[in-house]
Design a binder for this molecule. Structure first.
Ligand code: NDP
Length: 307
């Protein structure tokens, strides 16, 4: 048996097409298109790539966008001044602060300062509270993208047992809420869960959002289960990459970059699962797609356009 591969790109293409069509309608109605501003602090190359990818995708669907790049030494107060200016700027519909911020910055204070109506990442306590109550203004992009994937692939959620490994505010907890509101029975696991493989083997839908390369092996998976791999881990040790990836390792890419991007799930889980997302190419593209969906929703709600 080999799992049905759940690819994120075709779903991202659908989402982008839908957002582009809605943006066109807004422009044809004589309104300006939605606008997303991303704030990047410091010079982490991976974060810079993420921000560039997001602003490029904005252009693809006809959004306005801007990346504000601040030096590594920027203080929390200085970031708060930028966020305050963006909150007051009526031309900005969505604000995202690229994480992680440098370690001297107070991330919670910065995220709490974003106007909830422009908080397209859904990190503000007001928005997480609404999500908890099942009436989200926005849903965090990664878990919301996973729901889109499951629903558009015709995979049932209602009545299924979903097990999530990871309890972060960004992925694990909101994933649990979104699945619960779609009538799954939900178990959340973390670093202190005893006998993790046995708990995971109960899952009809297993979501790994851990950040430990190759944690989930075949003995974590019930035959036929749907396995969603959120992990994005850079493995620069050749032996470790070989041990996790087996024949699926792309050595050309390893030699080119000096590392492989590896998920939390081992590729040979495909021999047991019914369906699974690859890394890369699974969940990642959905996150960006849902960020654009949220920015469109922010523009519609704030300005009453194109609804
Ligand atoms: P966090 O580090 O915030 O959370 C990780 C969670 O995993 C914690 O709850 C932790 O438990 C749990 N955990 C860690 N080790 C183990 C273990 N050995 N057994 C069981 N549970 C464990 O990570 P994030 O949620 O932010 O991200 C998770 C992964 O997803 C990362 O690889 C990240 O890069 C990736 N990611 C991918 C995105 C995408 O678009 N594809 C978007 C966001 C994240 P505890 O709470 O007890 O410490």
């Amino acid at each position: 048996m080999s799992a049905n591969l759940l690819l994120g790109k075709p779903i991202q293409d659908q989402l982008l097409e839908e957002v582009a069509a809605a943006t066109n309608e807004i422009i044809e109605a004589g309104e300006r298109p939605p606008h997303l501003t991303a704030v990047l602090v410091g010079d982490d190359p991976a974060s810079a790539i993420y921000v560039r990818t997001k602003t490029n995708k904005c252009s693809e669907v006809g959004f306005g966008s801007e990346g504000i790049i601040l030096p590594e030494a920027t203080t929390t107060e200085e970031i708060l001044e930028v966020v305050d200016r963006l909150n007051k700027d009526d031309n900005v519909d969505g604000i995202l602060v690229q994480l992680p911020l440098p370690s001297h910055c107070d991330t919670k204070t910065v995220l709490d300062a974003v106007d909830p109506a422009k908080d397209v990442d859904c990190f503000h306590p007001h928005n997480t509270g609404l999500l908890m109550q099942g009436r989200p203004r926005f849903a965090p992009a990664t878990p919301a993208g996973i729901i889109e994937l499951l629903e558009r692939e015709g995979l049932d959620i209602s009545g299924k047992h979903a097990v999530i490994i990871g309890r972060s505010d960004i992925v694990g907890k909101p994933m649990a809420m979104l699945l619960l509101h779609r009538h799954a029975t939900v178990t959340i696991c973390h670093s202190r869960t005893p006998d993790l493989p046995a708990v995971c083997r109960e899952a009809d839908i297993l979501v790994a959002a851990v950040g430990v390369p190759g944690l989930v092996s075949q003995d974590y998976v019930k035959p036929g289960a749907v396995v969603i791999d959120v992990g994005i881990n850079r493995v620069a040790d050749r032996d470790q990459a070989a041990e996790i990836m087996g024949v699926a390792a792309n050595w050309e890419r390893f030699d080119e970059r000096g590392y492989l991007v590896v998920g939390d799930v081992r590729p040979d889980v495909a021999e047991v699962a019914g369906a699974m997302t690859p890394v890369p190419g699974g969940v990642g593209p959905l996150t960006i797609g849902m960020l654009l969906v949220n920015t469109l929703a922010a523009a519609r709600t704030r300005r009453g356009v194109g609804a």
